[in-house]
Design a protein around this ligand. Structure first.
Ligand SMILES: NC(=O)c1ccc[n+]([C@@H]2O[C@H](COP(=O)([O-])OP(=O)(O)OC[C@H]3O[C@@H](n4cnc5c(N)ncnc54)[C@H](OP(=O)(O)O)[C@@H]3O)[C@@H](O)[C@H]2O)c1
Length: 321
């Protein structure tokens, strides 16, 4: 089969279309014929300093897929060859990929394959963050970077959970788009004082819960605007900066910071639990995905450049063949 692999070379990372062996589904796995791939910046992150000091072997990236079940492995119930499916996987940039059946899902009724491919990683990541924080209706949730995939999903989930939602972004236009998704107000972190603005928006009390995708200075500014008992769930750090954590202040205020991520073996059923709640929200038009653009998968390199240059609001998807 054809697959796009990252080749880690001494001069940089390259995405190349290669011919590789088709995988076979193992126990509790389904084999998926890929029709659409949701793109994440994480697809091409790499450990630049491999322990061996040598370039790593090429690997197939990709976390989000939608397509059709080709075959099922031993122990799989509820999936038949020919079923439409979306899944959280490792190795989506391929004509076929395998998914653990616990990470395979029926897309919302009537949703296109390209939209379905945009869902799993970002909606489940955001869901997990709110579940971890125990977000309650009526609390104030701050969802950073409205235009990121996780932000786009998080604003809508928090809204559906009954929270008052605040957001942030790198431009007024992107803050405004966050408001259109359900945030009540937002902060432009490229030209506003994040702490002061959040305290102003919460009458000095601070926010109850934060879903952080940015880290660094914005994380620090947010901590200074966290309400007593506030919780911060961090899922990533696009800023690439280190933050200054005052653990004494956190302890004194009864606050905590934790990390959430998909593929968490310690919370193996979180995605299925989340999907049981979120699928009806999609089907009742209480929530939608935002796919900015769809590309053929032969343009994978260009798509990654678009993400790296912060040129996307929501998601981009690639179609296979
Ligand atoms: N733990 C997990 O399981 C998991 C799963 C999915 C994602 N993540 C992480 O969550 C974060 C968000 O992922 P995503 O896929 O939603 O991101 P994305 O769609 O690529 O969005 C990134 C957005 O972050 C904002 N941003 C702020 N500071 C930035 C900077 N210094 N450089 C680049 N962008 C910056 C940009 O919006 P503005 O221009 O408006 O600032 C940009 O559009 C990433 O760190 C990712 O690795 C973690």
């Amino acid at each position: 089969m054809k697959a796009i692999r990252i080749h880690f070379t001494d001069t940089g990372d390259e995405l190349r279309m290669d011919e590789v062996e088709q995988p076979a589904p193992q126990s509790n796995e389904v084999l998926i014929r890929t029709q659409a791939i949701g793109v994440n910046r994480a697809d091409t992150y790499r450990a630049r300093n491999a322990p061996s000091g040598q370039p790593e072997p090429p690997r197939i990236p990709g976390l989000d897929v939608a397509g059709v079940v080709e075959s099922v492995g031993p122990g799989v119930a509820g999936w038949q060859p020919g079923d439409p499916v979306m899944a959280l996987v490792r190795g989506a940039y391929a004509e076929y990929c395998t998914a653990q059946s616990v990470l395979a899902f029926h897309a919302p009724e009537g949703m296109s394959t390209t939209d379905a491919a945009s869902l799993p990683c970002v909606f489940f990541t955001a869901w997990y963050a709110f579940e971890m924080a125990g977000l309650q209706a009526g609390e104030t949730a701050l969802v950073h970077s409205a235009g990121s995939g996780v932000g786009m999903a998080g604003i809508q989930i928090a809204n559906n959970l009954g929270a008052r939602v605040l957001t942030s972004a790198g431009s007024d236009e992107r803050v405004e788009r966050g408001r259109e998704l359900g945030a009540e107000a937002g902060v432009n972190y490229s030209n506003q004082d994040v702490t002061a603005e959040l305290l102003r928006l919460t009458d000095g009390r601070g926010v109850d819960m934060v879903l952080d995708t940015v880290g660094g200075a914005i994380f620090d500014a947010t901590l200074r605007a966290l309400a007593p008992g506030g919780r911060v769930v961090t899922v990533g750090g696009h800023s690439g900066q280190r933050s200054e954590l005052d653990e004494q202040r956190l302890a004194d205020q009864g606050q905590w910071v934790r990390r959430a991520g998909v593929f968490d073996e310690a919370a193996r059923d979180v995605e299925q639990r989340g999907w049981a709640t979120m699928k009806p929200w999609f089907e009742n038009s209480q929530m939608h995905t935002v796919v900015q653009e769809v590309f053929p998968w032969t343009e994978a390199t260009r798509v990654q450049e678009l993400l790296t240059n912060r040129g996307v609001f929501g998601k981009v998807v690639m179609e296979v063949n």
